[in-house]
Design a protein around this ligand. Structure first.
Ligand SMILES: *Cc1c(COP(=O)(O)O)cnc(C)c1O
Length: 414
């Protein structure tokens, strides 16, 4: 098999390992557990440590199993390089640890995964300014930019209310101002959307979610798309400017975040994620079709007060979602009408499981304000558009009729 051909998404992921001259003819990259590595001689040891030749130094900074997954994620995102982390939060945390300094400023979408919101609060307590804006309109991002703004951060489809950021225009704005544009692609995955195409410099993926897909391993990644000119970034240390500018960002992130903070992906988790990733496209085709069918059914139901899913024409950013994404994602949220108890409803479901992961093969459902967004309080929830009765559904690969029937029965008949 040649690696010169321009293969499709799934073919590329499926065959990537064996194109690399894999050990003993294994078709999967084996799980390497060694923390230390041997070299031909002591001079080579020094040369690897000094970055003069390729090789592994110590397990915290990577190993062959992690490296094979990094290569795969990188192919999916069409990047120039990818670094894996222990979790998605490890990857986002690395942006703060490696790239931001006291006095810097970040413009972040206000519509965020709850733990990312909490991370920005921590950054603020360490002297980094963060402005939260409604990123569905680029004008709000532009108005918040200051001369100290180093990063603009958005999610593609926000978890849990599904607002879609004004991705293209924000990309053009960041490009014009020389600001690093970081896009969390977890909800869309590189199968539905390539943030590189709207000018994102760094792409976050929580590999725990749809890319791993089976809810059996934690992981995260940062991909450098090559779209950002690192010579415009004032926080790169001289040490990491030795290679071509294209590599400055990841060189600093690998050392200052992965090496120094140690949020390293475990080799067995990397293996689980790599196996899961083989079926990403197939699973996304099924989950996005299921999500659309469920959203359409719920929207018609008179006991449902509101449904949030970018695939519905009633969604405020439906047109942007249709323009940019291959499908509208696997996540939807909805509110029951006043007087209907969401706990009673959840307890009547037989298939959908009350649990907090997403991107799993199984449909998972959670009352947001009472659980994952409880800690932040009612006021902040309201500012993020999260009603107290909001229910989030991460739609799985169950047979569509079974899934619809489960929701129908829990609503006590359709
Ligand atoms: C889950 C999630 C994360 C964090 O990923 P973990 O692997 O759980 O740390 C980040 N961003 C989004 C949008 C997520 O849904």
């Amino acid at each position: 098999m040649s690696d010169k051909k321009n293969y499709g998404f799934t073919t590329t992921i499926l065959h990537n390992d064996r194109l690399k001259g894999i050990e003993h003819g294994s078709l999967h990259k084996p799980i390497h557990t060694s923390v230390a590595f041997g070299y031909a001689d002591a001079r080579q040891l020094a040369s690897v440590f000094q970055g003069k030749e390729p090789g592994f130094r110590y397990g915290r900074q990577g190993n062959p199993t992690i490296s094979a997954l990094e290569d795969k994620v990188n192919k999916m995102e069409q990047g120039v390089g990818t670094i894996c982390f222990a979790t998605g939060m490890g990857a986002i945390g690395a942006v703060v640890q490696a790239l931001l300094r006291t006095g810097d400023h970040v413009v972040s979408s206000a519509f965020l995964f709850g733990n990312t919101n909490s991370l920005w609060q921590t950054a603020m307590s360490q002297g980094i300014g963060v402005s939260f804006v409604d990123a569905t309109d680029v004008a709000n991002v532009e108005a918040a930019i200051t001369e100290n703004t180093r990063v603009v951060f958005v999610e593609t489809i926000a978890n849990p209310r599904t607002q879609v950021a004004d991705l293209k225009r924000i990309g053009a704005l960041c490009q014009a101002r020389g600001i690093l544009y970081v896009v969390d692609n977890t909800m869309t995955t590189p199968y539905l959307f390539l943030p590189k195409e709207v000018g994102a410099g760094l792409v976050v993926n929580a590999l725990t979610k749809s890319i791993g897909g089976h809810g059996n391993a934690l992981g995260g990644s940062l991909t450098d798309t090559g779209a950002y000119d690192w010579t415009r970034f004032p926080n790169i240390y001289e040490n990491y400017k030795k290679a071509a500018p294209l590599q400055w960002g990841l060189a600093q992130i690998r050392a200052k975040a992965l090496r120094d903070f140690g949020s390293s992906l475990a080799p067995d988790a990397a293996h689980h994620i790599a196996v899961g990733a083989e079926t990403l496209a197939l699973r996304m085709q099924r989950t996005t079709a299921n999500a659309l069918a469920l959203a359409e059914m719920l929207e018609k139901d008179e006991r449902v007060a509101a449904v949030y899913y970018p695939g519905l024409p009633s969604h405020p950013q439906h047109a942007i979602s249709a323009e940019l994404f291959r499908a509208h994602g696997s996540l939807l949220s909805f509110e029951l009408k006043d007087g209907l108890d969401c706990f009673d409803f959840l307890n009547r479901l037989q298939l959908a499981i009350p649990a907090s992961n997403l991107g799993d093969n199984r449909t998972l459902i959670i009352p947001v304000a009472h659980t994952i967004f409880f800690e932040m309080g009612a006021e902040r929830r309201a500012s993020m558009g999260i009603a107290e009765s909001l229910i989030r559904v991460s739609v799985g690969i169950e047979d569509t009729a079974d899934l619809l029937d489960d929701f129908c029965t829990a609503l006590e008949g359709c």
